[in-house]
Ligand binder design. Sequence first.
Ligand code: ADP
Ligand code: MG
Length: 345
Amino acid sequence: MERVKYILAIAVIFFALEFASGCTSKGEGTEKTYKAMDTVMSVTIYDKSERGKDVDKLLTACGSTIENYDNMFSVNSESSDVFKINASAGKSAEVSAETAQLIARASEISKGTGGLFDITVYPLSKAWGFTDKKYGVPSDAEIAALLGGVGYNKVSVSGSHVGLENGSGIDLGGIAKGYVSQMLANYLKSNGVQSAVINLGGNVQVIGSRLSGEKWGVGIRDPLDSEKTLGILSVSDTAVVTSGSYERYFEKDSVKYHHIIDPRTGKPADSDLVSVSIIACDGTTADALSTALFVMGSENAAEYQKANGGFEYVMVTKDKTVIVSPGIRDAFTLESDGYSIKTVN
Ligand code: ADP
Ligand code: MG
């Protein structure tokens, strides 16, 4: 029954259906689920109960934090900072310091990844229907026109002012959940929590270790079979964030179109990868890099990691090879059949 202790997105969904509100005990922990950012989220605090009821208070505060950030970063809600920035294209908008700082961080990551992570792909995500679920394949002419507005140099941040060029738009969907999980982790740790799991729709961030002192087992979903676990990462105090082409897609004329856009082509990234998991201390970085490395493809991604460091990866290719960075190889156990494992040195 060791398996029960593993953290799987599937398990989170189950809990959400069973216990729509309030705190529930989960093994030795107390869990609360939230619906936000178009996904089901959960925070579970494992605590030796010295602080008793504080745990419920902390979980309620996590819910308010999530709601706040959802209102700030939502691309569709008219009162959000992101909406305000997009509505002010051609000028500049004054937003919260946090939004401005997150956008500045996104731009830094864009520079570092040669523009493959780029929040200005928004008009293309919209044209493909990923932002409102009105899916469709845009014409090449439409894509070419929209690509004119793509580029991290179209965004400028000065204090709390964010400027955006005419014809451009931004979407923080590739980085916001990682940022929120990092903020929740910081909050819980500053309140003395030593053992917790934050799962924001597959963006997992763990605090400390399990109460037994053992590491957490974070399950990575099998990208080709959502019922299965590809493998388990044995980790503590880290974020594990996965981007996969199976997460959000639509099908037209037997072709699948997924939601990770290659800023060079304006089309769903057509690399050799089906999923990328990034393991890094900082959730924000992990989230953005999972998207960027997916676009890069396995070879360039491995080179990027070697050159930059600071994180580890588990990448799965279309031909069922699992490529694991050397620094995390010993912590990864493959579970699914039919995959072969490779370590890049
Ligand atoms: P998910 O949000 O499903 O966990 P990701 O972290 O990979 O997955 O983020 C994908 C989201 O990021 C898309 O839904 C879109 O909002 C945005 N996005 C898509 N392509 C890019 C890109 N190349 N750079 C930055 N953001 C992107
Ligand atoms: Mg991401």
